[in-house]
Design a protein around this ligand. Structure first.
Ligand code: NAD
Ligand code: MG
Length: 396
């Protein structure tokens, strides 16, 4: 199978290459992309010898080309958004790992869907922003969409065989999305006001990129995943529940009409869902250790606390509101998380900024990619304006 890996230098990208390296007979890397970590990308190119490597900017492309020339590699170096879409839709590529973080991943991920590829979707923001447009393109092009997000991969594995988007027909009653609760699961509200980016990115169970780590700390990650589950499985919003499960061993569950509940379990390591989607419907070694139930010993469950974690509630509301609301939510969240990581916004300000942005941007339908990108642009402008107003008010 010939692969393009979008976001190869990130946490998911590195885990993907780890699985790929275990099966040289099975996988061939055609293209790798990384935004600005030129040295990491160069090392990956030396190991996997792709035909193409893509970076963000011309200066980085020059630097990478020099490093690859020094290593006598024939890899062609490209840069910019069009190059991402190009390597995501190359005729010789079978499968595309969509592992760019945030809205930047939408155009190339959509390009892969349009080209009818096997799309391994880690970039949940693409689906949150553009669910209707994206799913329509997947169907039209006959792409195979396989979820990498551990919860959605678990749901996929627990759904009826050949599930085609009809829960009633499949006898599925509910989807139970598990959540670790993140680093602040038990932190009191008055302490949350003062938590730092370093505390927020220190996830207890998963090692991930900075943006998704903050999303886990606010539980916006679970909110985005509710929206993601809605689109992937055509699940009505009122049939998707969030269950706090601090051990992160059950990756999600599906409840059936007959009372059965099916789940997928495993150690919290993204190489399991990655290997599952790469090889589906076969199974291959992922490098993940066998689950030791005796070491786990206990599996606990709690209800989410929407007072301490208002982002989860905002996501449910955006999904119910339909139209551009989820795209606005996603863009506002990206602005808010970047501001928090930059120490320009307190932790609890993240939810406030998203709520204010949802109020500020008028409702609209999202019939096509242009409308999605416009909603994203409007929401970023509104969120940044609110942020600036608030920081001006605070300065003396
Ligand atoms: P990361 O920050 O570690 O990596 C992000 C990748 O995207 C890097 O390769 C980076 O170079 C690239 N990138 C960043 N900005 C870009 C831009 N503007 N243009 C092009 N490329 C750009 O992130 P991650 O943790 O690997 O997460 C990637 C995606 O997978 C996210 O959407 C995240 O929500 C999802 N995801 C991650 C995990 C996980 O365990 N890390 C689990 C589930 C879902
Ligand atoms: Mg997840």
């Amino acid at each position: 199978m010939k692969l393009t890996i979008l976001g190869a230098t990130g946490s998911i990208g590195v885990s993907t290459l780890d699985v790929v390296a275990r099966h040289p007979d099975r996988f061939e890397v055609v293209a790798l992309t990384g935004h600005s970590q030129v040295d990491v990308l160069a090392a990956q190119c030396r190991q996997f010898r792709p035909a193409y490597a893509v970076v963000g900017r011309a200066a980085d492309a020059q630097k990478l080309a020099q490093l690859l020339a020094d290593a006598a590699l024939k890899t062609e170096v490209l840069y910019g958004p069009d190059a991402l879409a190009q390597v995501a839709s190359l005729p010789e590529v079978d499968a595309v790992m969509a592992a760019i973080v945030g809205a930047a991943g939408l155009p190339p991920t959509l390009a892969a869907a349009r080209a009818g590829k096997r799309v391994l979707l880690a970039n949940k923001e693409a689906l949150v922003m553009a669910g209707a447009v994206f799913m329509a393109e997947v169907r039209r092009a006959g792409a195979l969409l396989l979820p990498i997000d551990s919860e959605h991969n678990a749901i996929f594995q627990s759904m009826p065989h050949n599930y085609a988007g009809d829960m009633a027909r499949g006898g599925v009653r509910r989807i139970l999305l598990t959540a670790s609760g993140g680093p602040f699961r038990t932190t009191p509200l008055e302490v949350l006001t003062a938590v730092t980016p370093e505390q927020a990115v220190a996830h207890p169970n998963w090692s991930m990129g900075r943006k998704i780590s903050v999303d886990s700390a606010t539980m916006m990650n679970k909110g985005l995943e509710v929206i993601e589950a809605h689109w992937l499985f055509n699940a009505p919003v009122d049939r998707i529940d969030v269950v706090i499960h601090p051990q992160s061993v059950i990756h999600s569950l599906v409840a059936y009409e007959d009372g059965s509940v099916l789940a997928q379990l495993g150690n919290p390591d993204m190489r399991t869902p990655i290997a599952h989607a790469l090889a589906w419907p076969e199974r291959i070694d992922s490098g993940v250790a066998a689950l030791d139930l005796f070491a786990v010993a206990q599996l606990n469950f709690e209800r989410p606390d929407l007072v301490r974690f208002p982002c989860l509630d905002l996501a449910y509301r955006a999904l119910r509101a339909e139209g551009n609301a989820a795209a606005v939510l996603n863009a506002a969240n990206e602005v808010a998380v970047a501001a928090f990581l930059d120490c320009r916004l307190p932790f609890l300000g993240i939810a406030d900024l998203i709520a204010a942005t949802l109020d500020a941007v008028p409702q609209a339908d999202l019939p096509d990619l242009a409308a999605v990108l416009e909603a994203d642009r409007q929401a970023r402008a509104a969120a940044n304006a609110i942020l600036t107003r608030r920081s001006n008010r605070k300065s003396p």
